[in-house]
Ligand binder design. Sequence first.
Ligand SMILES: [Zn+2]
Length: 60
Amino acid sequence: MNNKIKSRIACENTSEEAPLFKFKFKGNKYYVCSKHIPAIIHNPEELVGILPGAESLIEE
Ligand SMILES: [Zn+2]
């Protein structure tokens, strides 16, 4: 059991499979793998329901 990774968004990749990056959003810490960083930048709507508060990333 690995409690170091509290919350990983978008996929289940581990650091064995892809580089993981830690980030903070609205005071919470998350991990995202390198493959899903583009989703945060370009497709934040895909994160709604996965990342709490992702609605605020979507530009009207
Ligand atoms: Zn990923």
